[in-house]
Design a protein around this ligand. Structure first.
Ligand code: FES
Length: 107
């Protein structure tokens, strides 16, 4: 039986990490079949390596997303609400440097 004063708060994983761990940056990478097969399979590993090398694992929430219904523009990545299309392995490190290191020096 649930007490009258019991309060249940349900937070998404992102909100939980943002509030509890102070993570305020997030990367959503499309892992739908089109984006996955056209490069995001490799891009996700480059992102993981970049975050580890730059000691950003505890600051950035990386999560996979389902198809975003923009397959023709993929591979598709969203970093802090900013959309990047046609991303390849050759592009992602520069994008991460710009979005997570250079433009967010307090990260
Ligand atoms: S599979 Fe990525 S937008 Fe559709």
């Amino acid at each position: 039986m649930v007490g009258a004063l019991e309060i249940v708060v349900l937070l998404s994983e992102y909100e939980l990490k943002k509030r509890v761990l102070g993570q305020s940056y997030n990367i959503e990478i499309c892992l739908g079949s089109s984006c996955f097969s056209r490069g995001n399979r490799e891009v996700v590993q480059v992102i993981r390596d970049f975050l580890r090398k730059n000691h950003l694992n505890d600051k950035v929430l990386l999560r996979g997303a389902r198809c975003m219904n923009r397959c023709s523009e993929g591979p598709f990545i969203i970093i802090n609400g900013k959309t990047f299309t046609g991303v390849g392995v050759q592009d992602i490190e520069k994008i991460l440097e710009n979005e997570l290191v250079l433009s967010a020096p307090n990260i």
